[in-house]
Design a protein around this ligand. Structure first.
Ligand code: FAD
Length: 566
């Protein structure tokens, strides 16, 4: 390889191996940063496509993931644990690390007279996402990252609706979109039938369809979900995780062509001219740096940590981090009303199951079998109701029900609104210590030693007005189902909680307003591709992962073309 690693190490001295150590060098064909569902979609598609091309059949893929393994298969969805499926309220997500925490404005002197160090206005906390530069009024307070093998697909809700045409970017023609969505849905196993046999699902859908039968602008459908009902025991399901996307590659060591290295941070790409020449990585456990040389490079580290990696590499096109959109969210929980329970008890459609339940559990006051699956219903986005809706059950850091109510009665309503595109809504990363240094460090680092993100985000007046209509709509629908559960009354959630940030590395043709092209390749760099929700350039209300997989499939097709021409 003609590339001069020594020169690069001089430039990136602070990243280079410590004195006396040799740089470890790994050679591969495809390098991927990030093992979330998008990085894995790249890996799977490149692996499969190259396998059938003689010249490329030995193509090697090396994936680096800063987080650790949390399951025997790479990136397994944690909700596949039977215990969580028996009691979803136990699944209170703990793997979300906040990205930017503003300084506390309620500092209280310690009452304890022991001399302790306490933060003050001149001496602020900077540990674990604490960020003195973050204006709380411009923050996405609930924005977070999940650093683990599989990324957020180890806990996501798996809602994979097809966006409405108003939400759809014009990156592809409608027939190209259709073909990509078909492939993406197959990859994540999207279905609308996994809950058809559930009494609760059926009654919620029916109640709402009846309530709005004269309203031609509403329809209540089964929520498309990336899930499969288990054949060995249909009481349980298998939620799609990164492992589903990887297929047989999710079994460690299954192919010499695919390597996933966990606890390994991708620190920076080396580039000169219009080409990436290598990438420096750090083994988090040993604190050792090493270098990977590849023919193509992919960054799929999530919507904030992908632009962070580019920023740290000195790749800083003007739109990087700008045009950020995040969905607003309204949430409430209801307990199903008496009349609906009576209907379950007396409807001949459910009679056999209800009778069986009364026989096996004569003391249960409810006619609903204990293993009856939860409802999974949606009213899709349309121009009269321009928001995405989920009428279902899931458990996060909020909305766990506790012992006050039988969880079979509980239905969650989550409404997601889009935010109009605004160039000034953005994430910035901590600046260099010296402005013209070789990107060799930042004033503030996140807990993984990368430049600290700071958000500048506001809803515009149109967004605010739409958000209010969205909240009213959610309450109206909720009232047909039952009463609010105390503590889960209708509420607007902290910005960022949707965890659907988009636009930060957006696709487009104009270099002034986009970072990547239609193939998700960075403008003016011939061998760097990006993936994730950040690529989506439109204001989308529906869950974005399926669309990001479409982009990743198109991108990885173009990578295989590129490799074929080398
Ligand atoms: C509670 C919750 C519910 C959700 N529900 C839905 C839903 O129903 N539908 C939907 O479409 N989406 C949903 N999402 C969002 C969905 O999970 C994300 O859109 C999806 O995981 C994004 O995939 P990704 O691969 O781009 O990023 P991620 O899943 O974030 O994966 C990125 C990976 O990159 C790693 N990484 C970051 N920086 C580096 C670095 N420098 N070096 C090496 N590795 C790095 C991270 O550790 C992480 O593992 C939900 C998310 C959460 C948390």
């Amino acid at each position: 390889m003609s590339f001069d690693i020594h020169n690069l190490q001089q430039r990136y001295l602070h990243l280079a191996p410590k004195a006396g150590e040799k740089a470890r060098v790994i050679e591969t064909d495809v390098f991927i940063a990030g093992s979330g569902p998008i990085g894995c979609a790249f890996a799977r598609n490149i692996f499969d496509k190259t396998a059938s091309i003689d010249k490329l059949k030995d193509t090697k893929i090396f994936m680096s993931e800063v987080g650790s393994h949390s399951s025997p298969r790479y990136g397994w969805h944690h909700k596949n644990e039977v215990g969580y499926q028996k009691d979803i309220d136990r699944f209170v997500n703990g793997a979300l690390s906040p990205l930017s925490v503003p300084p506390v404005d309620t500092y209280q002197p310690l009452l304890d007279p022991t001399p302790s160090w306490t933060p003050n206005s001149a001496n602020q906390l900077i540990i674990n996402g604490n960020n003195p530069q973050q204006d709380p009024f411009l923050n996405l307070g609930a924005a977070a990252a999940t650093r683990t093998v599989g990324g957020m697909s180890t806990h996501w809700t798996c809602a994979t609706p097809h966006p409405h045409e108003e939400e759809l970017p014009d990156t592809f023609t409608s027939s190209e979109w259709d073909a990509l969505y078909k492939r993406a849905k197959g990859l994540v196993k999207t279905t609308t039938t996994a809950y058809d046999h559930s009494i609760r699902h059926d009654i919620v859908k029916r109640t709402l369809s009846n309530a709005y039968k004269n309203d031609q602008h509403r329809e209540f459908l089964s929520l498309p979900l990336a899930v499969e009902r288990r054949k060995d025991n249909p009481e349980y399901v298998t939620w799609t995780g990164a492992d589903t996307i990887l297929g047989d590659l999710a079994v460690p060591g299954n192919s010499p062509r695919f390597t996933l290295k966990a606890e390994t941070r991708t620190t920076a790409f080396f580039h000169s001219g219009n080409k990436i020449h290598g990438v420096i990585l750090r083994d988090i456990a040993t604190d050792q740096d090493f270098v990977v040389f590849a023919k193509v490079y992919v960054a799929a580290c999530g919507a904030i940590l992908t632009p962070q990696l580019l920023w740290n590499s000195g790749i800083r096109p003007e739109p990087l981090g700008r045009y950020l959109t995040e969905q607003s969210m309204a949430f409430c929980q209801i307990a199903l009303k008496r009349s609906i329970i009576d209907e379950i008890e007396h409807d001949p459609k459910y009679a056999e199951r209800v009778k069986h339940h009364h026989q096996v559990a004569p003391k249960d006051p409810l006619p609903i079998p204990f293993n009856d699956p939860e409802p999974q219903v949606t009213q899709p986005y349309n121009k009269y109701h321009p928001w995405h809706t989920q009428i279902h059950r899931d458990a996060f850091s909020y909305g766990d029900v506790g012992p006050a109510v039988d969880s079979r009665l509980v239905v969650d309503l989550r409404w997601f609104g889009y935010t109009k595109i605004n160039r000034d809504n953005r994430v910035e990363f901590s600046k260099d210590i010296t402005p013209d240094s070789d990107n060799t460090g930042a004033e503030l680092l996140d807990s993984y030693g990368m430049p600290q993100p700071t958000f500048y985000f506001k809803y515009g007046p149109e967004d605010q007005e739409r958000n209010q209509r969205m909240m009213a709509d959610m309450c109206e629908v909720a009232n047909h189902l039952g009463g609010y559960i105390p503590g889960s009354n209708p509420q607007v959630m902290t910005p960022g909680l949707a965890l659907h940030i988009m636009g930060t590395i957006r696709a487009g043709t104009d270099k002034k307003t986009s970072v990547v092209d239609k193939n998700s390749k960075v403008h003016d760099i011939q061998n760097l591709w990006l993936g994730g929700n950040g690529v989506i350039p439109t204001a989308m209300a529906c869950n974005p992962t399926l669309t990001s997989i479409c982009y990743a499939l198109q991108a990885s097709d173009s990578i295989v073309d590129y490799l074929g021409k080398q």
